[in-house]
Write a protein that binds this ligand. Structure first.
Ligand SMILES: C[S@@+](CC[C@H](N)C(=O)[O-])C[C@H]1O[C@@H](n2cnc3c(N)ncnc32)[C@H](O)[C@@H]1O
Length: 195
């Protein structure tokens, strides 16, 4: 089995939470904007347990949720079925399958940095479509309690340059605290594909 897949499967197998996955605050903050786009198709990249996918499905999106870990996806699929929410899960290695996103109206990418996928993310969004992106910023290297790789961070200038052909609707660089009490320095954007 692919080592990335095995690593994440093991992580989810050992730590599958019993509670509901929490939707990213950056999505919840923009619920009103998102509701202007429903009904529509959303694609959640590297969704993990699918806090983003469940939130979007609950407000009216048809969701495709992609991750390399079938353990995480099975958990998400079960929750979606319990709640009768339209979430389709797809197991895929996004490092290799960089041209597989189809077309959609919203893309979410939380804590997954695969720069080679950015051109496909741009292509896949329909004109007027929204990108919600959040991951670790370089400031995380200073505050992380554990050793952390610079390669897992992106600066706001690089991110904004990469999506400069989109209209930037919102952005932030901030420090958040996870449910388990870990500090994260993050960069977040909402960007809209021009019509
Ligand atoms: C840090 S977790 C973030 C999960 C979720 N987006 C969140 O914010 O809670 C990273 C996720 O990326 C997935 N992942 C890692 N490498 C991947 C790859 N090459 N293709 C698809 N998913 C991948 C992992 O299985 C994991 O669910």
């Amino acid at each position: 089995m692919n080592t990335t897949r095995a690593k994440w499967n093991q992580k989810y197998q050992s730590t599958l939470p019993t509670g509901e996955p929490v939707p990213p605050a950056w999505l919840v903050t923009h619920e009103e904007l998102l509701r202007e786009h429903v009904p529509a198709q959303a694609t959640c990249l590297a969704c993990g347990l699918g806090g983003d996918a469940l939130f979007l499905a609950a407000i009216g999106f048809n969701v495709t949720a992609i991750d390399i870990s079938e353990i995480a996806l099975l958990s998400l699929q079960q929750r979606a079925e319990e709640k009768r929410l339209p979430v389709r899960t797809v197991q895929s290695d996004l490092e290799k399958a960089t041209t597989c996103l189809g077309t959609c109206d919203v893309i979410t990418s939380f804590y997954f940095l695969q720069k080679s996928l950015w051109p496909e993310m741009k292509r896949a969004l329909r004109p007027g479509g929204l990108l919600f992106f959040e991951t670790f910023s370089p400031a995380h290297l200073q505050i992380s309690a554990r050793p952390f790789k610079a390669a897992f961070t992106v600066g706001s200038s690089e991110l904004l340059t990469a999506f400069s052909d989109f209209t930037l609707l919102d952005q932030r660089e901030t420090t958040t605290v996870t449910a388990s009490g870990h500090k994260r320095a993050v960069v977040s954007i909402v960007a809209q594909k021009r019509t």
